[in-house]
Design a protein around this ligand. Sequence first.
Ligand code: F6P
Length: 367
Amino acid sequence: RRRIGVLTSGGDAPGMNGAVRAVVRMAIHCDCEAYAIFEGYEGLVNGGNMIRQLHWEDVRGWLSRGGTLIGSARSMAFRERVGRMKAAKNMVLKGIDALVVCGGDGSLTGADVFRAEWPSLLADLIDAGELSPEQVEPYKVLNIVGLVGSIDNDMSGTDATIGCYSSLTRICDAVDDVFDTAFSHQRGFVIEVMGRHCGWLALMAAISTGADWMFLPEMPPQEGWEDEMCSVITKNRTERGKRRTIVIVAEGAQDRQLNKVPSSKIKDILTDRLGLDTRVTILGHTQRGGAACAYDRWLSTLQGVEAVRAVLEMSPSSPSPVITIRENKIMRTPLMEAVQATKDVTAKIEEKEFDEAMTMRDPEFKE
Ligand code: F6P
C-alpha cells in the first residue's frame, strides 16, 4: 500500500483544510494510506508524531474550517541540506514516497528542490550509516505534487489559487462595513489590502466594491496622479453626490511602486487638498482567516482529488506537476514552469517593466 504525505506550508489560506481532506479521502479511496505532516516542512524535518496517519473520519467537518488544521510554518531547517536529509530519513522510516504540498511559490520551489536532491540525499544517508541500502531500496523515487494555496492569487499558470476568493469575499465584506461608517460621517478611507507583490486582491476588491481609486504594484501612478485622483474624488462627491470615499491600496504598491505611495501619504493628500476627514484602515490578517467560501471548498476538493490522481499516474521521469485551474478546468502544469513564470513576473515588476509583466501574465493584455 502506498503512503502519501500531505502538508501545508507558507501563509495559511482558506481552503487548505479542504485540500487536505480531499487528499486524505482520495488516497484512501485509491487504496493508499494518507499521512499528514504537521507544521509544514518543520514536521518533515522533525518526524516522530509530527507525521501521523489520517483516516477518513479524521478530516470530517474540515471543509468549513478556516486556517490550516495541520499547521504551517516557514521552516528554516528545511532550507538547509542537513534539514532535508533529516526529512528524507523520516519519510523513508515512515514509508512515505509521495508528497502533496499545498503552499505558495516558495513552498513549491522547496518541494521541487527536495525531489531533485532525493537520490543524493538517500545516498548520503546510506554513506552516513543512517539508513541501510535495503531500507532505501523501495523509495528510490520521490513523487511531488503541488497545490497552490495562497490568498494572493499570484501564481502564473492558474486562474485562481486556493484561498484567494475567500480572502476577496472577506475584503469586500470589510469594505462594505467601512462604507457604512464612512457614509455616516462623509469621510474618506484609505484601505490597505494584502497580496504581497501581486495586485489581484486590490484590483478585484476595488471593482467589487465600487471604490473611487486604487493603487496596484503593477500599475505605477503616473506624473500628476495626485491631481487626477483628487479630481475624480471631487467629481464623485460633488456632481454625483457620494458621501463616502474609498481608496484601495495593495500592500505591494507601497513597497514597489515607481513613486512609492504609502497609505499615510494618500490620507494626507485627501485631508489637505480636499479637506476630507480621512482614516487609514489596514485589514491585516482578517483577510486570511475565517471559513473558506464555496468556490474555495469546491476548488480545493477537486484539486486535492486531482493531486492524488497525479501521484498515482506519475512515471519516475515525469516532472513534478502543480494542479491548476484554467478556464474552469482542473489541469496539471509542470511545477517549475509555473514557479519560474511567477518569479519572472515579480522580477519584471521590480525592474519597473510593468507592461511586460502584465503581458507575461496575460498575452492579450495590450489588446
Ligand atoms: O502570502 C500571503 C500573505 O498574507 C501576503 O498577502 C502578506 O504579504 C503576507 O502573507 C503576510 O505574511 P505574515 O503572515 O508572515 O505576516
